[in-house]
Design a protein around this ligand. Structure first.
Ligand code: AHG
Ligand code: MN
Ligand code: MN
Ligand code: MN
Length: 334
C-alpha cells in the first residue's frame, strides 16, 4: 500500500522541531493551506465564470490594474488569517496599508505577522498560464495587547520564521520552509489534500536556464547585458549556450529553476533603480526558500535576506537561483 503524508500530518510532525512552539505556527500554516485550496478552486475555473478580467477601475498601490482574482485571493487569505486567529497583522500587495487583525476579537492574542502576494503573475490569468501565491511569516516583536509598530512588520528577511509559495500550475503545489529545509506538497484534487511529493528539495548548484525579461535589454546595467551575452555564447565545458525561459510569474519561474537549476534575474534599470519586485512579499520569502534549498539570493550588491526594510511595498533588484550561476552574475556586475 502506498502511504501518503498530507500537509496537515507533516506540519504536526514537524512541530517537534520548535520546542517553544505551542502549535500556533502550525495552525497558521494550516490556515494558509486552506485558503490556498479555495483560491485554487477559483483559479481553476477562471475560464468558466465571470471572474476574469479587471476589477472595474480599481488599481493597487503600484498603479497596477487589479484583476478580479487579485482581489478575490487577497480577500480569501486575509479572511482565513483573521478567522484562524494566529495572525495579528497582514501586509499584502493589494492593500496600501497593512491590515491590523488584533481588533478582530479572535486574533487578540495572535503572535504572527504575515506578508503576502495573494496572486503572483496575475497578468497571466487570462491566458491560462501558471500563477501563484507567495507568503512570509514573522513573529511580532511587540507584546500581545500592544499596538503593532514598524518594528513588527519591517523585519529583515533573516527573521522570517517560515515562508512559502503556492503554484497553481498543471498541478497545484505548496512549497514551504521553516528554516529547516524545503518541502513540497502536491494537491491531490480527488481527496482535496496537499500530499508530500517533494521532500527536502535542493536546487542544483548550477544549471542551464537563465530567466530574465529580455524585452528590457536596452535598459539593463552593462554587467547584466554582458552576462546575457555570456549565456548565449558557445562553450562545451560550461554547457553553453544556456536556455532562456521566462514565464512572467515569479513563482513559476522560480519553481522551475528550483527543480532544474537556473538563475532568475529582475535587475534595476535607469527607470526603475530598485527593479520591480517587492522585498517583503516576493523577494524575501523566495530568497529564504532558495537559500534553504542550497541556492543564493542577492540584489547584486547585498544578500537580500540581510536588507533592513524601510517600507512595506519597497522594491529590490533580484538575482536568485543556483549558487554558481548567481555568483557568475555577480562577477559580471562587479
Ligand atoms: P504580480 O502579478 O504579483 O504583480 O507580480 C508580477 C511580477 C512577477 O510575478 C514577475 O516575475 C514580474 O512581475 C514580471 O514582470 P515583467 O512583466 O516586467 O517581466
Ligand atoms: Mn500586481
Ligand atoms: Mn508578484
Ligand atoms: Mn500579486
Amino acid at each position: 500500500m502506498i502511504s501518503i503524508k498530507t500537509l496537515g500530518q507533516f506540519i504536526i510532525e514537524k512541530q517537534a522541531d520548535f520546542p517553544y512552539a505551542k502549535g500556533e505556527l502550525s495552525r497558521l500554516l494550516r490556515d494558509i493551506g486552506i485558503a490556498a485550496k479555495i483560491v485554487n478552486r477559483e483559479v481553476n475555473k477562471a475560464g468558466l465564470v465571470d471572474i476574469l478580467g479587471t476589477n472595474g477601475d480599481s488599481i493597487n498601490v503600484f498603479g497596477e490594474n487589479q484583476k478580479k482574482l487579485d482581489v478575490y485571493a487577497d480577500e480569501q487569505f486575509i479572511s482565513a488569517l483573521k478567522s484562524g486567529g494566529e495572525c495579528c497583522f497582514v501586509a499584502s500587495e493589494e492593500q496600501e496599508e497593512g491590515v491590523v487583525l488584533t481588533d478582530a476579537g479572535i486574533s487578540k492574542n495572535a503572535k504572527y505577522i504575515v506578508c503576502i502576494d495573494p496572486l503572483d503573475g496575475s497578468s497571466n490569468i487570462e491566458v491560462n498560464v501558471s500563477v501563484g501565491t507567495i507568503f512570509s511569516i514573522y513573529r511580532r516583536k511587540s507584546a500581545v495587547g500592544e499596538d503593532i509598530t514598524e518594528d513588527d512588520y519591517l523585519q529583515t528577511g533573516l527573521e522570517q520564521v517560515a515562508a512559502g509559495y503556492i503554484i497553481y500550475g498543471s498541478s497545484t503545489m505548496l512549497v514551504y520552509t521553516t528554516g529547516k529545509g524545503v518541502n513540497g506538497f502536491t494537491l491531490d484534487p480527488s481527496i482535496g489534500e496537499f500530499c508530500l511529493s517533494h521532500p527536502n528539495m535542493k536546487i542544483p548548484e548550477t544549471g542551464k536556464i537563465y530567466s530574465i525579461n529580455e524585452g528590457n535589454y536596452i535598459k539593463f546595467p552593462q554587467g547584466i547585458k554582458n552576462y546575457i551575452k555570456y549565456c548565449q555564447e558557445e562553450d562545451k565545458e560550461t554547457y553553453r549556450p544556456y536556455t532562456s525561459r521566462y514565464i512572467g510569474s515569479m513563482v513559476a519561474d522560480i519553481h522551475r529553476n528550483l527543480l532544474m537549476g537556473g538563475v532568475f534575474i529582475y535587475p534595476q534599470t535607469a527607470a526603475q533603480p530598485n527593479g520591480k519586485l517587492r522585498l517583503m512579499y516576493e523577494c524575501n520569502p523566495i530568497s529564504f526558500i532558495i537559500e534553504q534549498a542550497g541556492g543564493k539570493a542577492s540584489t547584486g550588491g547585498e544578500r537580500i535576506l540581510e536588507l533592513k526594510p524601510t517600507e512595506l511595498h519597497q522594491r529590490v533588484p533580484a538575482i536568485i537561483g543556483s549558487t554558481k550561476m548567481v555568483d557568475k552574475v555577480l562577477e559580471f556586475l562587479n
